[in-house]
Design a protein around this ligand. Structure first.
Ligand SMILES: Nc1ncnc2c1ncn2[C@@H]1O[C@H](COP(=O)(O)OP(=O)(O)OP(=O)(O)O)[C@@H](O)[C@H]1O
Length: 226
């Protein structure tokens, strides 16, 4: 039976902008993420996808409405224990090698720091075994994005929130990257939400959330009529 991981009710987010005054970026968004969900979050640039992901991941607070994580324990436990976050621009620690970046959540999560087999296996599955000892500055944007995804998977999260993880990859590499993620999550209860502009990636997710000017317009299942 699926478990409710995150519930957002009436979510709104305003930002104070120097010139424009108050800018409303999210308006009255209701949403729910259950275990095993595969959700593509689509919509034009600036429609509020990243803002929504940040709020659902507990990285930002809504101006109005509430967000709760019934299936993920307390707010303090969310990250890195239960939510793996992949940011739009890869946020690797610059002084750590690729493999050390992937190991970091394992260390923070109390898993043996000396055992880097999990980290190496994750990097290997993304075709990054030979750059494991490189520093982030020596990686391409696409490689860094894959390291960030490997890091998000490392701790064994219940939910992965990924903000345009294929944005820096060509379409063939994006599909391969996505193959690895879906294969890795196959048969698990891990929920995955991906904000993407890549229609081929979105088409492979069971559910589609479309943002339009800060509103979540619809949540369509792949098998439903358009
Ligand atoms: N901290 C902030 N301060 C002011 N405005 C912000 C802030 N964060 C986001 N915004 C604005 O909120 C709007 C929505 O941004 P958001 O990044 O959520 O959109 P997005 O749909 O993810 O866009 P993209 O597809 O380009 O990543 C944009 O107009 C953006 O400029």
């Amino acid at each position: 039976m699926s478990e409710t991981l995150v519930v957002g009710k009436g979510l709104g987010r305003d930002f104070r902008d120097g010139n424009a005054g108050l800018v409303t970026v999210l308006t009255n968004v209701d949403c729910e993420i259950v275990s095993g969900a595969r959700i593509a979050l689509v919509g034009p640039s600036g429609s509020g996808k990243s803002t929504l992901l940040h709020i659902l991941g507990g990285l930002d607070k809504p101006t109005t409405g509430t967000v709760e994580w019934p299936g993920l324990g307390s707010f303090e436990e969310l990250r890195p224990r239960w939510i793996g976050f992949v940011f739009q621009t890869p946020s690797l620690f610059p002084a750590l090698t690729a493999v050390q970046n992937v190991e970091l959540p394992l260390i923070l999560g109390g898993k043996a720091p000396a055992d880097n087999a999990t980290a190496m296996s994750l990097l290997g599955s993304f075709g990054l075994g030979d750059v494991a000892d490189k520093l982030p500055e020596e990686l391409s944007g696409g490689q860094a994005q894959r390291v960030a995804m490997a890091r998000a998977l490392a701790i064994g999260p219940k939910l992965i929130l990924a903000d345009e993880p294929t944005g820096q990859l060509d379409s063939v590499t994006a599909q391969l990257f996505f193959d690895v993620i879906l294969k890795r999550l196959e048969g698990t209860d891990v929920a995955l939400v991906i904000a993407t502009h890549d229609e081929a990636v979105a088409a492979r997710m069971a559910t589609r959330w479309t943002m339009d000017h800060g509103r979540l317009v619809r949540g369509r299942h792949r098998n439903e009529a358009a």
